[in-house]
Design a protein around this ligand. Sequence first.
Ligand code: UD1
Ligand code: CA
Length: 478
Amino acid sequence: MGLSVIILAAGQGKRMKSDLPKVLQPLAGRALLAHVIEAAKKLSPTAIHVVYGHGGEQVRAAFAHENIQWALQAEQKGTGHAVMQAMPTVSAADQVLVLYGDVPLIEPATLRLLRDASDEQTLSLLSVRLPDPTGYGRVLRDNAGSVYRIVEQKDATRKELSVNEVNTGLVCAPAAALNTWLSALSNDNAQGEYYLTDIVAMAVRQGFKVSAVAAPTIPEVLGINDKRQLAEVEAHYRQARASALMDAGVTLIDPTRLDVRGEVQVGRDVIIEPNVTLSGNVVLGHRVQIGAGCLLTNVTVGDDTIIHPYCVLQDAAVGSQCVIGPYARLRPGTELAQAAHVGNFVELKNTRLGEGSKANHLTYLGDAVVGARVNVGAGTITCNYDGVNKWRTVIEDGAFIGSGSMLVAPVSVGKGATIGAGTTLTRSAPPSALTLERAKQQTLPRWSRPVKVSKEEKAEREAKSLNPVTPAGGNTGE
Ligand code: UD1
Ligand code: CA
């Protein structure tokens, strides 16, 4: 049987007090709904349907790149009604897995358990036992322990409310049967809604089996309604990702202060200081050290490289034995060869720094190719942009760029060349020679420093200049 996934995402999320629809609120840097879609995709479904409502166009636009069947639920009349909106485009031969767009930590492995527990004659639901079940639908079982009904908090008797096994809302059922149940739903209940949960009792009446699958962990079934819950779930996410890295052998100085928001591969004996964020695809070699406050996005780092505190690296490839920062910025297209050094307040963009080369202080290298063993002095700038075009700078092996040099691209510096400090280089510098461009230094022996003028004196001078004395015998311009 094929699998169709229906994600309920029409909820408005009033308690977020936000202009952003609830399912677009970010968790670990991505929309809540993105997490759910990603988990659903791992099951290779034939289709993913999303039921949307409030803020609909914004939600659709955010997922324009995904292959999604959108179903509009214009008015929120309950979870059963929401599922009904998607059913017309679901194949009657499929199993249907219903997920919530605001339950983002759900694990693909759990979804597989739920799917595998359902077949042509079995409806499966994901339940969990909570110390405080308030607000949730309760899973009611008969004396033999079989589930026979779900009752919502608002419709439950005192005795039913004492049950602490709750419905997470996630269910799986064959489409054909689901269609018949949905069409029989009524909204005759405390909330006047079409409850999806009522299909459980219907299934039992028809001789279906109902299988309650216990969620392996509580965080993965937590729903999000407000910013507090958003932060709480983010903390669970953070903790899970940090734990996984520690299991892989990474030393985290404080696991509560590491944010992993993508896929991270690590070598042995990696050390990460507090307040680091790793996003996208990050690969860290053996013995890499990352200082406090660094942000790495889509970065590869070779063995034994040290990244000092407060560096920002994005779309960069860093070789082994490099030393970076503190306060360095590697922008997209940066490549550091082995043992390159990039120091404080140095920015690199679309630049390759060769083996053993150093740019240690206050420098901008953009669109540059720098060879091996080059020393780029403090305050060097590649003037790569003429206001319209970006131009390249080439610095060959062993060159020495004196401090405060402006390299006006396109320009090149030959092998072993030396550029004198303060040079504005507008033509290429030949290899092995000293090239410098400098205004002649001069000293003015008769110059003296200005002296402080008193207030009275100043007022007097100003008065004079406002009422210029007419030169004797002169006329005033008639
Ligand atoms: C629902 C379940 C309850 C369960 C709880 C778990 C029903 C009747 N009750 O309760 O048993 O314990 O979830 O959190 O199913 N949605 C729509 N359209 C609607 C209504 C809801 O898309 O008309 C979406 C919401 O955006 C949300 C999900 O369905 O993602 C659940 O809705 P919510 O209102 O939170 O369900 P509860 O009433 O809390
Ligand atoms: Ca809810």
